[in-house]
Design a protein around this ligand. Structure first.
Ligand code: AKG
Length: 290
């Protein structure tokens, strides 16, 4: 398998390096070992936020929405303000990195939520479908996106030297080739029922149906999880990494304390429109999917 992780020095990021853009749009992970020196690192007064029980157990992550709503923090107003400030600073640095890395995405990038994840990955108890320790591409049952891209910036902010351990799998086209024959046919009728029952927030397109089926087929196949082409990578504290998580096959195996910022992008605004999952699946299926 070709190298799936591309290392970049923050000092070299410059403005729109074509090789890195092509790698990102091919589903590779761009890895920035010295993000903390040039981008984001927690400040001294924020260290008090690094406790597992700062997260409300009713929520999966602590998150700051685009409108500034903070969710999932247990604590007083001062604690919440400190948390919102820290997440907001990371978001600004993540967006500044993207501004240099992929300048043409520019104003086409739509800001999504930003999260702080204080839980120990190894201790999570989840259904197989929700378990991100199984390799998958991101796809969400209730939120059809019609091919819109999910671009995510991650940073490991562990204070005790613990890496965030990921597995990164084979290229999207290989995943699709392997699992498309097993995908159940799309039913427009069923999509309408799901929408009428508010199971989905809008009508699930054939694209969204296929993406969900790929997500589930990957996660439910234990042989695939074990034997598929993959690399295990330890992201050390202080680093950042960026990928299109709807395209990069990924799983998280270990770690605690991570921050993540999600942005959306129409595939129309990619440098190479033909590289998106929507374009790949449309070619493979031979008809329009949205
Ligand atoms: C996901 O959010 O899709 C993940 O796989 C989680 C990654 C992580 O927690 O490091």
């Amino acid at each position: 398998m070709e190298k799936q992780i591309v290392e970049i020095d923050m000092a070299d990021v410059g403005h729109g390096n074509p090789a890195w853009i092509a790698a990102l749009e091919a589903g590779k992970v761009l890895y920035f070992p010295n993000f903390a020196q040039h981008g984001f690192a927690p400040q001294k007064e924020e260290l008090a936020l690094f406790r597992e029980d700062i997260r409300d157990p009713k929520t999966r992550n602590i998150s700051l929405s685009t409108s500034g709503d903070l969710k999932g923090v247990v604590g007083d107003d001062a604690t919440k303000a400190l948390m919102a400030g820290m997440i907001g600073r990371f978001r600004a640095e993540a967006e500044s990195l993207l501004g240099n890395l992929v300048p043409r995405y520019g104003e086409h990038l739509r800001r999504g939520a930003t999260s702080f994840r204080p839980s120990v990955v190894q201790n999570r108890v989840q259904s197989w479908r929700a378990d991100d320790r199984r390799m998958h591409v991101d796809a969400f049952p209730s939120r059809p996106n019609y091919g819109e891209r999910l671009l995510r910036v991650f940073t490991n902010v562990n204070l005790e030297g613990e890496p965030r351990v990921w597995r990164v799998g084979e290229p999207f086209e290989d995943v699709a080739r392997r699992f498309l024959p097993k995908v159940k046919p799309y039913s427009a009728w069923q999509a309408k029922v799901l929408n009428a029952l508010h199971v989905t927030k809008s009508l699930r397109s054939e694209y969204d149906h296929i993406m969900l089926q790929l997500h589930d087929a990957m996660k439910s196949d234990l042989d695939y999880q074990k034997n598929a082409p993959q690399v295990t990578f330890n992201f050390p504290p202080g680093c950042a990494w960026v990928c299109f998580s709807d395209q990069t096959s990924h799983a998280v195996m270990a770690g605690q304390y991570m921050m993540e910022h999600t942005l959306q992008l129409s595939p129309m605004h990619q440098y190479d429109k033909d590289a998106s999952p929507l374009a790949i699946l449309t070619r493979m299926q031979g008809h329009a999917l949205v």
